[in-house]
Structure formats: structure tokens, C-alpha cells
Design a protein around this ligand. Sequence first.
Ligand code: MSK
Length: 634
Amino acid sequence: MNNWDELITIEQMEEATRTLLENGEKVGADSWQQRAKNQTPHCGFGESGTCCRICTMGPCRITPKAPRGICGCDVHGIVARNYLRFTAGGSATHSDHGREICHTLHETREGGNYQVKDPEKLKRIAKEWGVETEGKDIYDLAHEMAELALLEYGKPFGTQKFIKRAPEHTQELWAKADIEPRAIDREVSQSLHMTHMGCSSLPEALIRHSLRSGLSDGWGGSMMGTEFSDVMFGTPKPMDTEANIGVMDKDMVNIIVHGHDPSLSEMIVFYANDPEMIALAKEQGAKGINIAGVCCTANEVTMRHGIPMAGNFLSQENVVLTGACEAIVVDVQCIFPALGPLSKCFHTKFITTSPIAQIPEAEFIRFNAETAGENAKAIVKMAIMNFKNRKPELVNIPQLKTKARVGYSVEAIKKELDGVCNSHVDEFGSLKPLVDVVKSGVLRGAVAMVGCNNPKVRPDTAHIELMKKLLANDIIVVVTGCSAQAAAKAGLMDPDAAKYCGEGLKRVCKLVGIPPVLHMGSCVDISRMMILASDVAKDWGINISQIPLCGCAPEWMSEKAVSIGNYVVATGIDTYLGVDPYTKGSSEVTELLQGENGLCQQLVEAHFIVDTDLESLGDKMIAGIEAKRAALGI
Ligand code: MSK
């Protein structure tokens, strides 16, 4: 039996949260725990997807007595329309993040706020897109590529450029199913058009477009977000950091960065290291400046700078409840409006920076690429000057902290493997050693674990318990988003955690010098996982759907996660969900998405599996991986 006891347990984390909530009670703070109770039980129509409020004849709610809406739409059409709208919300959000990154790339200048840190990667993508690089100034090339990238959002003809990265078989499936993603904005707009009153109510058509809209995110907007972030901020490489709430430091000015877009956090990190700012912090009585992250902004800065991760989605209030947070600086997505009133209970400055995420009771400092340096400096200064306003009697930083090794971009994974096996396929190495250990059975397969926390699931339990189960069964886990932080908080990203794994995985980790859970980045970086799966399929000579691999989002909550689910399934990877996507009200839609011979399976050779029972979800994933192995005869 593996002894996981040396890891930080859920109970320890819950005890830390309990003491933080006590801190909050002293100052009359609200909490998500209380609000979740207030909101329970949830509306059954909403949960099953059977409420339609697309026009004002309703809202129409489907019951046995009222089986159709006023327009005559049946429950299957209503559930499928809601599902497509859910997907479109996620696709738009991820892709708009990608668009902001493309605009930032357009602002890069020699010696400017934003620069090209990985020119080789830029040139590689340029070649892939058929752009001449020879003799071109790197910034001219960056601007040309930024313009081309921005056209991917609205070009009138053609499909997303990056889909050519997928194996030929996958591209053929997409073409045959007529789901090749065209311009990103077109797929999102068409989703809204199809679901408008009086348009599509045929579930098959709506689910098919969900796959297409998801693909425009995963192989379009998100992939551009990841790739051009790497170009500007550097392609991640393995580095050591720390995680959990104990990364906050009572003697330092603590600045928490939260959200998704690295354009802001990169600048905050830069100015927090400015000697002038550090001197100012010391003048104010602090020992220095400590930056820590929450949610995907944390993932972005930890992957490139080793900035510690204070927590994930449902820990965002905890950082303020420590009473030691001088500023929580946010950009876009996954930010609780609760941070406004909560920060007022303490001395914390809650600073919003994007016109896209404007929140009551925050201080708004509009951040943009041209003034990024001044904006970031002003924010860091504001946090420093707030240090003296701390109330020492309210400072409570639970001493929970783990070691974590992060920074596993696809390039880094190939290099690490190459360091042991020296089997070059491209300039970084190859995935062949990985394929070989899976073929031989030393590793049984891999799971891409992603997604959020959700109060419907005991926070982090599903992520951590499922990971432990998979690791014990010699299944390697790659992670992004809040799943990554759950793993890091528990200690599963410490290379020493290999000792808890099954014998095969333990050997691989020791040999390659990696932790058993590999941090691949933020939510948009699930695109890295798509590239990894594609490259494994190519190096192995099989289809993606044949690889002993699956996706899993056990605690997901956001529209973005639905979009992700659609593109992961559409890429040929079975995806296991621990929270129902509001589709259980329609047997037809459930079959289209989840059927072993349903629409998704027929079109893209993969489907969803939804199970809210943790044990059974884990068992099904392992059985799924073993079934893929058996089908390959390995
Ligand atoms: S931050 S989308 S709570 S993973 Fe990307 Fe976490 Fe989910 Fe937001």
C-alpha cells in the first residue's frame, strides 16, 4: 500500500480554511461556503438544462405536463441549445484572452514593455504559417505574425491555421464531420445564431456545432494564446517553486496576482523585483515584496518565473482572509465579485485592471500595453504603501507549504526525455521514449487532469484523490489550471512524490528526474496537451483515439471548461467529468455526448463520461485506459 500520509492532506487544508474563516468572522466577512449553503438546493430545471429563457415568451420549463416550450421546442432541443450557448461562452472567453495576447504581441518593441523572449519559437510558427523569416527584423516579424493571428478571428474564408498540427487522421475526421473550425468569431457568432429563437432545435446539429466552436478555441484562440505568450514571455522550462497558503509571508508586502492574462502579471513580477520598489518596501517596514498567484495567473507566472502558487479557484478568498494580503490584483476570468466587499473587511486593496472584468468595490487601474510599465509600478507601489495599514491582530497565515517542480511545456517534456534517451525527432528531442514505456507497460497510460473547483465537490478532493489513484496504477498525470494547483498544494508536484507511485511510474520519474504530476500551465495551455497528444500519435504511428490517454475535469464549473471538454473530445480523447454539464434533462443529448456509440463517438472517436461518484469515476478512467491498451494488443 502506498503511504501518502506525508503529503498535505485535505483535512489539513480544511483546518487551515477553518481558521481563516474564523478570522473572517471577526470582521463580518462573507464566504463562498456560506453563499453556497444559501443557494442550496439549486433549481432543478437549471441543473437539468430544461429551462429556456432565450426569448421572452417564457421562461419555459419542461415538465411531464408541459413537454414543450411555447414555440414548440421539446426538451432535447432546449437542453442542446443551452449546451451550445454554454460552449460558446467558454470559447469566446478563452479566445478573447488569446486575442489580447495577439494585440500585446503587436505592441512588442526592442527595449519596450513587451519584448520577444523566444525568437526561435516565433520563427518556427512563422515557417509553419508560410511566412518568410529570412533577413527579417524580429519585431517586424512579430508584428506581421500578430496581424495574421488577429485575422484568425474574423477571416472570411478558410479554417484555423493550427489545425494542420493535428495528425492527418484527425484532420480527416474533422473535415468529414464538417466541424473544422473556421474563423473563431464566426463559430461563436454562429453558436448564438443557431440558438436564437426560431433557429436550430435539432440536437444533433447543435452538438455538432458545439464541437466546432470548442475546436475554434482549443486549436485556435487558446493555442494562439499559449504560443504567443511563450514567444513574448519565454517558453516554460522546469523550475522549482512552492505552493499552498503558507507561501504568503508575514514579513513581506504580499501581492496576489489572480486571473488569466500574463500581460499584467509579467509586469507586476518585473516591478516587484525592481530595487527601487524593494527599497521602498523596506522603508515601510517590510522585509521585501512577495508575489504569489491564484488560479491561472498563478500558473502563468509559476511556469515562467517560479512564482509560488498560493491557491486555486476556491482559495481566492483565503488569501485575503490571512489579513496579510496588501493587494489582490486581477485581470480577467474566475474572479469572485465577493473580493470587493471581502477586501473592505481587511486592509487589502482589490485592484481590477481590465475593462472586461470591472467589479464593484474595487480600485480600477486600467492596464494597457502602451502604459503597462507605469501601471504595474503604480500597483506595486500602492501595495507597498498599504503594508502599514495591516492589522497585526488579524494576521493568520496557516503554515502549509509544499515544494513543486513546474514548467513542463511540450518542448520541455521532450528535452527531459531526450536527456535520458537521446532519440531526436525534432530539435527538442522526441516523445519516443514515452511511447516506449507506455508500449512496454512500465507506464499504463496518461491522464490530462484539468479544470476548476466547484462547491458541489469537496474542494480539491476529486483532483487529489483521483491523481493518487492513477499514480498508484502507473498512470502519469499531466495537469493545467486549478487542477495543477490542487496537485501542487498537496505536494504531488514534488519530484519526491514519485516514491508514492506504482513501481513503473516511480522508475520513470527517478530516471527522468520529473515529478509524477507534470504542470503544463494554465487553462489556455490545454492546447499544449493537444499538441502533446498529436505528437505522441505521430511518433507512435497510431490515431489519437487509440492512445491509452483520457481527459478529466472532476471539479469543473465554468463555461470555459465546457468549451475545453468539446475540443478535447473532438481531438479524439475520452473526457471524464465529475460534474454534470446541465444535460441530464435530455436522454437524447446525453446519448449524443456520452453514448459509447453516440454522435461524438461516431464523428470524432471519443465521448464524454459523466460520473459524480469519485471512486467510480477513477475506476472508469483506469478501465478506459486498459481497454485502449487491450485494443492495441499491448
Ligand atoms: S482558473 S476556469 S477556475 S481551472 Fe483557469 Fe481555475 Fe477553472 Fe478558472
